[in-house]
Structures are given as C-alpha cells and as structure tokens.
Design a protein around this ligand. Sequence first.
Ligand SMILES: [Zn+2]
Length: 189
Amino acid sequence: MKALTLLAVSAAFIFPFMKTDQAADLPDTVTVRLLEANGDPGRAQTVPTVKKSDSEWEKQLGREAYAVLRAKGTERAFCGTLLDNHKEGVYFCAGCDLPLFSSRSKFDSGTGWPSFFQPFAKENIAEISDTSYGMARTEILCARCGGHLGHVFDDGPAPTGLRFCLNSVSLKFRSFDEIKVAAAAQKPH
Ligand SMILES: [Zn+2]
C-alpha cells in the first residue's frame, strides 16, 4: 500500500499499465440483490447486466468517474468525497445504481479510502485477482456493470476480518431518508 500511496500523491489518479475490456467479460445476466424500502437487501434475483461502449460510459460518468470505474484508476488517498461521510444510508454503483455497501458496515480504516467490512450483498460484488504493480491483490467490481470499485484485503475488523477499500468516485450515496422518500414516490396512489 505504501508504494501505491506514494504514486498516488503525484497525480490525480494512477492507473495499472494494462487496460482490459471489462464489458467483454460480463455475462448477459447476473444474480444480485436489490434494495428494499427499509434499506435491507431484497431476495436474490437474476437481472440483465449493464453493458455500454467506452464512449457511452465516458459520456455518462464524466472524466473522473470514468477514469476509476472503467479504466481502473485509483483516487488519491484522503481526497475522496465519501471518506468522512458518516450519514446513515446506502452506497450505490456510480455506473449502474446497484446497491453495493451500507453505512452499517463502514469503518475508519485510516488508509484514506472509504472502507467497509462487508458488501451490501455478496452477490453484488465480483472479485478478480489483480497482479498490477507487482502486488497480489483482489480487485472488486460491480457485479452488474463490471465497474472497478477498489480492492478487498483480509486485514479488516470483526465480524468478517475483511476490508473493502473503495474509491469514492465509484460510489453514489443516498441516505435512508432519501431512499424512503424515493420508495414512497414510486408507490401507486
Ligand atoms: Zn455497476
């Protein structure tokens, strides 16, 4: 992590040298858990994956989110907007709006990146091995759109012992109050 941090302070984002076409690896459907109105995960259900061309993603996400989600860049430590967010709510994928993490599992890891000890639902996160920078790490991706989120390490707190290390720009936060209002607005009157 030290080498990563040193590299990161010199530029807005850092990138592995190899860029892969994530969309090509996505299946047509994936089984995930969507959000219930009370903020909990719903039943597992199979939904279509979200596939877009690079130029479509760039247009939708903007430069910063595209650099991380689609080109696997890493934010500078202590610079992400969600690091010190202590509100109660859910963190969604900035690419496809899948619920990925809950404030209930967020903790201060001291690393400078938002950290969680477990995902919103294990189905919603895909893991692949990442050997860039000469390190053996496990990369985490959004299971529905293949967007790069960060990495997971085994030095986290109880009860899982895991540390999901995220880029803020990969996530979109909504408070439980905002989620309730949105759910009520969708109910038929
Ligand atoms: Zn996604």
